[in-house]
Write a protein that binds this ligand. Structure first.
Ligand code: MG
Length: 232
């Protein structure tokens, strides 16, 4: 049986660190300043606080300031030019085409942005599904990665045992959650720009909960590597 690949998008399939994330950051601060009527420094502190407390700025704004999540997602992902920021990646497309098993994008980003990135990368034809943050709402609230209940629900929704799911991600925190619900994991370390080798090593350490580390998703197309590390 082939695995079901749960693929993160930003900093896993493309480099979002250089241009995309700084712009999202800027837009989030502007949004908090405008909607909450607070100075920039306070907006940044509030964002930081909610990010630490809930794992996402949006969750704090929805819960404590009656902000509409869709307004927030729309305003903080201003990317009409995404096709110019994300380059078509032939090697990635070929690797996904060759990778056996279902491939599902699982991203905490909104659907419209995710679709734009997927189109720009030229990988849409090799994906079976896209799960964006809009689909991670249940029990009355958004529960994005690293929510363990969300990961369990996701596997159930895909009708696949969790042990057959492989989460492929740059975020160690998300990978640890996946490991804790019984999924397998691949840590992608070489995509985000501005992260030095030493920093990557320090960040990932030799965490046994993270099964396999690769520089790039393209390496997963190698059968020998998969059979050595990911065979059930
Ligand atoms: Mg990521």
């Amino acid at each position: 049986m082939h695995p079901v690949w749960l693929l993160d998008l930003d900093n896993t399939l493309h480099d979002a660190a250089a241009v995309v994330f700084p712009r999202i950051n800027r837009a989030m601060t502007d949004f908090v300043v405008a909607r909450l009527g607070v100075p920039e420094q306070q907006a940044n502190e509030l964002r930081q606080f909610y990010w630490q407390r809930y794992g996402a700025t949006m969750l704090g704004l929805v819960r404590h300031h009656a902000i509409d999540a869709h307004d927030f997602l729309h305003a903080t992902h201003p990317f009409p030019d995404i096709h110019r920021l994300v380059r078509r990646d032939q090697r990635l497309a070929q690797a996904l085409r060759r990778l056996p098993g279902r491939k599902v994008i699982v991203t905490n980003a909104p659907a419209k942005y995710a679709r734009g990135v997927i189109k720009a990368l030229g990988i849409g034809a090799f994906l079976d599904d896209v799960i964006s943050i809009e689909s991670m709402r249940f029990a009355g609230r958004f529960q994005p990665k690293p929510s363990r209940p969300m990961l369990r629900r996701l596997a159930a929704r895909l009708r696949v045992p969790r042990a057959r799911c492989v989460l492929v991600e740059d975020s160690l925190e998300n990978l640890i959650s996946a490991h804790r619900v019984g999924m397998r994991t691949v840590h992608v370390t070489g995509v985000a720009s501005g992260v030095g080798k030493m920093a990557r090593k320090a960040r990932s350490g030799s965490d046994r909960r993270v099964g396999l580390q690769v520089q790039s998703v393209t390496l997963l197309a190698r059968r020998r590597l998969r059979s050595a590390h990911l065979s059930p």
